[in-house]
Design a binder for this molecule. Structure first.
Ligand code: GGG
Length: 362
């Protein structure tokens, strides 16, 4: 098959199990690229991890942006090694910089129950849990704005600001409406907390109404984050597309995958939909220091993230879409038939499961 065009991918494994799942993501990516004639150049980047911080006093080199200037996308592993570097230092020094400075304002996180995975929710079958979380990814509750007064005294006061902009809210809400509009069920759930967070959340709800005027076919409901979380567990089949602020989206996109058996399956796409900057694809899971070094981490979240990357790079067309679908089919087959990692009740290693998925790409 002839090669359509070449893509340049930065592979940044990061910390902990990010280093173990990255080779499996690349293995499957290369197999799919070869099978469907997609040219890939992978550039390995050994920074944006806590060992780098310990050596250099920062998570990334000063010219990190220039080093990524000519890449089409970033495949990222995980960040965090709290025994050595405080989590807020490693996160703000790497992943959050990518998201903000590359304006990756959508964090798309699919949640799906696979055939062959015992569901922790009684009586649920594949098809009952199949929705997309759209997380606002550059503002909201994730800020470093504020300060501490009278630190260390009994009068200690801490203020932490949240930030919402009209541009920031409207663009992620519009993305979510567009997505819902393209799906069969055309349902959008807007996560809110406008009864308790009395300024920003009523405003967020109003922006959702304003953007919704352009999408009359989308059935919208707003749900407070507390009951919404309960319904993820009790009535997951209610959901189709869920849009949420940065923090709410972060929490929902761990909770959702937990209801599908393991967070080890959950992929994510940090998208700059305007394509002015590279987008970043990473598992939802973190660096998992408790299991690092044993080669037992589930590689599916990373492999699925790589599939999302191919789909995004090719705008869901042609070889890219075929490669994405083939990877998903291979993931489904291996989850159903094995070999499976421990979180799925099996005994396979990370590399055995990754290889089994790559071998299915034929
Ligand atoms: N691969 C995802 C990862 O490393 N996550 C670490 C983390 O703490 N992320 C917080 C966030 O996604 O906002």
């Amino acid at each position: 098959m002839s090669t359509q065009r070449r893509f340049r991918i930065a592979a940044i494994p990061g910390d902990g199990i990010g280093k173990e799942v990255m080779p499996e993501g690349l293995r499957v990516l290369q197999a799919a690229a070869q099978r469907f004639g997609i040219g890939l150049d992978v550039v390995h980047m050994d920074w944006a991890h806590c060992d780098y911080y310990l050596q250099h006093g920062k998570m990334m080199p000063d010219d990190w942006k220039a080093r990524l200037a000519d890449v089409d996308a970033i495949l990222f592993g995980a960040v965090g090694w709290p025994a050595a570097v405080p989590d807020h230092v490693s996160l703000w020094g790497s992943l959050l910089k990518f998201r903000r400075e590359f304006d990756q304002y959508v964090n798309l996180r699919p949640v799906r129950l696979f055939e062959g995975v015992p569901c922790p929710l009684a009586g649920r079958r594949p098809g009952d849990i199949d929705y997309l979380v759209v997380r606002e990814n550059t503002e909201g509750e994730y800020t470093a704005l504020g300060g501490i007064m009278f630190e260390g005294t009994e009068r200690e006061i801490v203020i932490q600001e949240s930030v919402y902009s009209r541009v920031g809210a409207d663009r992620v809400l519009r993305y979510a409406y567009e997505l819902a509009n393209q799906r069969e069920r055309k349902r959008l759930t807007v996560a809110t907390k406008s009864n308790g967070i009395a300024i920003s959340m009523p405003w967020w709800d109003k922006r959702a109404d304003a953007i919704g005027e352009g999408y009359p076919e989308v059935a919208v409901d707003k749900q407070h984050i507390d009951i919404l979380s309960a319904r993820f567990v009790l009535q997951p089949d209610r959901f189709d597309v869920v849009v949420a602020s940065n923090l709410f989206g972060d929490i929902l996109s761990d909770l959702g995958p937990a209801t599908t058996g393991t967070i080890g399956l959950a992929p994510s796409a940090n998208l700059n939909p305007d394509r002015r900057f590279p987008s970043l694809f990473e598992p939802v899971h973190g660096s998992a220091p408790d299991i690092y070094g044993q080669n037992i981490a589930n590689p599916v979240a990373m492999i699925w993230s790589a599939a999302l990357m191919l789909d995004f790079l090719t705008e869901g067309q042609g070889a890219g879409r075929q490669a994405h679908d083939a990877i998903l089919a291979a993931i489904e087959a291996v989850i159903a038939e094995g070999p499976r990692t421990r979180d799925l009740g099996g005994t396979a290693s990370t590399s055995e499961m990754g290889k089994a998925i790559a071998d299915r790409i034929v």
